[in-house]
Design a protein around this ligand. Structure first.
Ligand code: AVJ
Length: 326
């Protein structure tokens, strides 16, 4: 029998929750207040992102898929024995690439690196049905995943790293170059990197893509506050904030913010944090940098790659760039 009034000790925070709490405290106390976009992708956030990819106003995913299918054989030549996808999401693109290239090969190791457990299991299910592939999930950040794949070095064959979906757009320029440098150092000369990046285009198109009229992107943004409320015992009033998308011309990036309607106090108990937001004050939750095609070539060359090909979707302005580790 359990005594009625034993005080229950607070459940010890897991290491992941502790890291989340520390980062949240750091970024929410910056000026302007910020939150790292990596935390969008809990189960609901990943599902909302999948929904965004189907919105008629967010053409990136469809444009990239068209390019992948059209150029699958050039991208995935038979010498490639290992594919590493950073931020694999649902696995649909990797599946389309492998199917598009044809099945005339002997064995492929697929390393999937993603922070979302639900995305990884979905991708695992989608890819396991392909002929002669081995799927290795890595539920972690890009950096740690790359290091783990480096340890599991295969005996033979070249490797192809995929960084698709314009995920590169979330990095600021110094972080971007550091990241491309670390991808380069985890590859050997002759290995390849396929980079999918969204291009600069008319501002009204960009604003629609990041502030859609049926509010899915707004929900995706607000869900970050809901996640903090659930996981870190926060008290954000979700109705006290509005989604905003802004084009920052100087930095060539779309920014997403959450704007406080009024003066309001916020506490996040699990992060030992209490602060006041002023009317109109925002929390900056994401940057998505947009590039002109030659800048993509230049950044790859600066980071130790030689560009083999660049394919551009002329309608939706999206680029796939295939580069070789020099
Ligand atoms: C997954 C980071 C590429 O920046 O376009 C979609 C995320 N944010 N709508 C992007 C996102 C708002 C997306 N990335």
């Amino acid at each position: 029998m359990r005594p009625a009034m034993v005080p229950t000790p607070a459940a010890p925070a897991s290491r992941a929750t502790q890291g989340f709490a520390e980062e949240i405290r750091h970024f929410l106390t910056q000026r302007p207040r910020q939150l790292p976009s990596r935390y969008f992708y809990d189960d609901l956030g990943s599902a909302l992102f999948e929904a965004i990819c189907r919105l008629p106003w967010y053409p990136l995913t469809r444009a990239e898929l068209r390019l992948l299918v059209a150029h699958a054989r050039e991208i995935l030549d038979p010498g490639v024995k290992t594919i590493i996808e950073l931020g694999s999401g649902s696995g649909a693109k990797l599946k389309a690439l492998i199917e598009g290239a044809g099945n005339h090969r002997g064995g492929l190791d697929l390393h999937l690196v993603d922070v979302s457990g639900s995305a990884l299991s979905q991708a695992g299910r989608a890819l396991a049905r392909l002929h002669d592939v081995r799927v290795v999930p890595h539920r972690t950040t890009y950096e740690i995943g790359l290091a783990q794949v480096g340890l599991a070095r295969p005996a033979a064959g070249r490797r192809l790293a995929l960084f698709l979906g314009s995920n590169l757009g979330n990095f600021d320029p110094p972080g971007r170059d550091a990241f491309l440098g670390s991808v380069r150092s985890s590859l050997s000369p002759g290995d390849a990197l396929l980079l999918g990046v969204d291009l600069v285009k008319p501002v009204p198109d960009l604003l629609l893509a990041y502030d859609d009229p049926i509010g899915v992107t707004a929900s995706f943004n607000l869900n970050l506050l809901a996640r903090i409320n659930h996981e870190l015992a926060g008290n954000f009033d979700l109705r006290g904030f509005a989604h905003r998308a802004v084009w920052n011309e100087e930095h060539s990036r779309i920014e997403m913010h959450l704007r406080s309607h009024r003066r309001q106090g916020v506490t996040v108990r699990g992060a030992d944090l209490a602060f006041v937001m002023e009317p109109g004050e925002t929390i900056w939750t994401e940057s998505s940098y947009k590039y002109p095609p030659p800048d993509i070539v230049a950044m790859l060359e600066r980071c130790g790659f030689g560009v083999r090909a660049q394919w551009i979707d002329p309608i939706d302005r999206f680029a796939l760039t295939l580069a070789e580790a020099a």
